[in-house]
Ligand binder design. Structure first.
Ligand code: NHX
Ligand code: ZN
Length: 635
């Protein structure tokens, strides 16, 4: 997420060896010692007859030692070692005299051995008999190894799990469970981002400015008895700059910034989440005034006790409870402010949103045209630009883009220009970059048969003609039958940014979307699979109109929209079976009506359709200007 995080991951494994590798080295050294001792001790195995005839009866044996009632270790007299018979065992490491034992042999049973020994020495006087001693010796090495190996294996497994759960080669020690890694990294780190780096968002900035004031001069507020807010919730769609905003608040106030994503609280180990919350708050309090930022708080803060998987919820609940406890626990004037980001505030647990917790909500929206222009200016600054590039034009071409998308466009444009070995990035590079981000890469190599190409051309021409003839849809920019991303062709519109969509606009949109399928039906007398995406869009739109927006006479002014997500979570429908059928009927009728209307339009402009399709097959891309030639100016 931040460069500093990577740094952290890089440093750890290279720094100290870590507890785990210490254990590993210990094992290795032991193994080596074991190996050498076992190998170099000159200690040969023999059998009873050899022992009896070649050693015992020749009076060479000093003593024997019976170990664990199963092995007999034989010590040869010092003087006898000089004999050639004992040459191989006389010396250790070729230089040092071997003090013994020199030989060993195994026995089946102690009694039998003792009898054999007595029998062999029966003619000897008592003082001439070999001394026999008994030893019980534990095999330390086997014992230790039988302990260490399983433990080592367990540690290995544990370590592996830990790594896997951290999603990367971050080598933190196995003993820092529950410590929040990010918070650790950002110990006293002050965010380098300030409001200067945040383009657009003027309203949100003024709202957030107050928090910066709180953090900078808490005295001004506490003097009058005001309490500093504890929690600020940033709500906005993905890419709307929530993280950037939180960082900018921290940077502007010059206070430490502790950040963690909601999903990082949840790990496979039970209790980790709660302990991470505790740890995070403790660290933030140490460095107060400071900011805690919890990204994607919906992962832990979803409404409790509704969803189905009970087991997974326990852990989440305890994490959430800990978070609530911590937020209640600290004195509002410690100067710790918790910021959290989510793209859906409505599914959060009400307990989180209660007064004293995340009671301030700041809504970040996708940037409008003016704000996009500001954002473009920021991202265009580092690029080497051609004179043709104007940020206003680019802002107009990128409705619905987030700040992140705009950054992406600028980078992509520079890459395209570099690929084409241009001296500067020009307007066309930006248009190509926008197309790429909207619809994906061009796939010129896709093999398309001529008859398929014809279907594609008529399909797209159908969309284009219908949209041209209806005044309530977005203006057409171009039509293309070059495959791109996952579609074989497309009609491009420039969406106007409106906040409200009327019934007439909805109906016209349905017709435009059906234009491709209807053109295929009219021209080829049979439909094709190509309308999948269009039909999906049409169906969803129609259900939205009927079930949520009250735009059908059958259902009337009723909305089954559920902003809390509770019904969805419980796989429930908020309406009866009968109403369900009514909704389905209304949707069918809506789409049928739109289909009829589309058919009328296309039949009426059949020559235009043919001409456009022919032009498309010829040129592959047809722009608005060429369409005016065929169809006349748009109404
Ligand atoms: C396909 N895609 O996947 C091809 C690549 C009608 C000129 N077979 O509406 O691209 O046909 O206006 C299984 C079966 C997607 C999966 C059929 C996935 C059909 C886009 C639809 C243009 N522009 N449609 C459009 C398009 C397609 C699709 C499928 C599938 C085409 C159309 C997809
Ligand atoms: Zn289509």
């Amino acid at each position: 997420m931040y460069p500093a995080k990577k740094e952290n991951q890089r440093n750890k494994p290279n720094g100290k060896p870590g507890k785990f590798s210490w254990i590993f080295y210990f094992l290795l050294v032991n193994l080596i010692i074991f190996f050498f001792i076992g190998k170099n001790q000159t200690f040969e195995e023999i059998t009873w007859p050899v022992f009896e005839n070649e050693m015992l009866l020749k009076h060479d044996v000093e003593k024997i030692d019976i170990v664990n009632k199963e092995t007999v270790e034989v010590y040869i007299k010092k003087d006898s070692l000089a004999k050639t018979r004992y040459k191989s065992v006389a010396k250790v490491f070729k230089n040092y005299a071997n003090t013994g034992p020199h030989y060993f042999f195994r026995i089946g049973s102690l009694e039998v051995f003792e009898q054999k020994l007595d029998k062999a020495q029966i003619n000897l006087a008592d003082n001439e008999k070999v001394a026999v001693s008994y030893t019980n010796r534990q095999n330390w090495w086997a014992g230790i190894l039988s302990w260490i190996f399983p433990i080592g294996l367990m540690l290995l497994f544990f370590f592996y799990l830990r790594r896997a759960s951290m999603g990367g080669p971050g080598g933190s020690s196995i003993f820092d469970f529950g410590k929040s890694r990010d918070a650790e990294y950002s110990k006293g780190k002050i965010s380098p981002v300030t409001f200067k780096d945040v383009a657009g968002y003027d309203e949100a900035k003024t709202e957030v400015m107050e928090i910066v004031e709180f953090l900078k001069n808490p005295g001004n507020f506490t003097k009058l008895g005001a309490k500093i807010p504890k929690g600020v919730l940033l709500v906005g769609p993905p890419g709307s700059g929530k993280t950037l905003m939180a960082k900018a608040v921290a940077g502007e106030a010059a206070v430490p910034f502790f950040s963690l994503s909601g999903s990082e609280f949840i790990e496979i180990f039970v209790g980790v989440g709660a302990s991470r919350v505790r740890d995070l708050f403790n660290k933030a309090k140490e460095k107060a005034p400071s900011i805690i930022f919890i990204d994607e708080i919906d992962t832990i803060g979803r409404v409790r006790g509704r969803a189905m998987s009970a087991q997974a919820n326990d852990e989440r609940d305890s994490t959430l409870n800990q978070l609530l406890t911590e937020m209640d626990g600290f004195d509002p004037n410690t100067g710790v402010i918790v910021m959290a980001a989510t793209n859906r505030a409505d599914i959060l647990d009400p307990a989180l949103l209660r007064a004293g917790r995340f009671d301030r909500h700041i809504y970040l929206e996708l940037p409008n045209k003016n704000e996009r222009e500001e954002i473009f200016k920021v991202h265009l600054k580092p690029l080497l630009l051609d004179k043709s590039v104007e940020s206003e034009l680019l802002a107009g071409q990128t409705p619905g883009f987030s700040g992140a998308d705009i950054a992406n466009v600028c980078n992509e444009a520079a890459l395209i220009a570099a690929r084409n070995k241009k001296a500067a990035v020009d307007k066309q590079d930006f248009f190509d970059a926008i197309d790429r981000i909207v619809a994906g890469l061009e796939k010129k190599s896709k093999i398309i048969t001529p008859s398929e190409k014809k279907i594609i051309a008529y399909h797209e021409a159908g969309h284009a003609i219908v949209s041209w003839m209806l005044k309530n849809v977005d203006p057409l920019v171009k039509v293309s039958i070059i495959p791109r991303g996952k579609s074989l062709g497309s009609a491009w519109y420039l969406p106007e940014e409106h906040q409200i969509i009327t019934l007439a606009q909805f109906s016209d949109q349905l017709c435009t979307a059906l234009g491709g399928r209807v053109a295929e039906e009219i021209v080829f007398n049979e439909p094709s699979s190509g309308a999948l995406d269009d039909l999906e869009k049409v169906t969803k739109q129609a259900y939205m109109m009927v079930a949520n927006l009250g735009l059908s006479s059958e259902i009337g002014n009723i909305s089954y929209y559920d902003s809390t997500g509770a019904y969805e979570a419980a796989f429930n429908k908020p309406y009866s079976e009968a109403t369900g059928q009514l909704i389905d009927q209304a949707v069918r009728k809506l789409i049928e009506t739109a289909h009829k209307r589309t058919e009328d339009i296309l039949l009426q402009h059949r020559t235009g359709l043919d001409n456009l399709a022919r032009l498309l097959l010829d040129k592959e891309i047809v722009y608005k200007e060429d369409l005016e030639q065929i169809l006349g100016k748009r109404v």
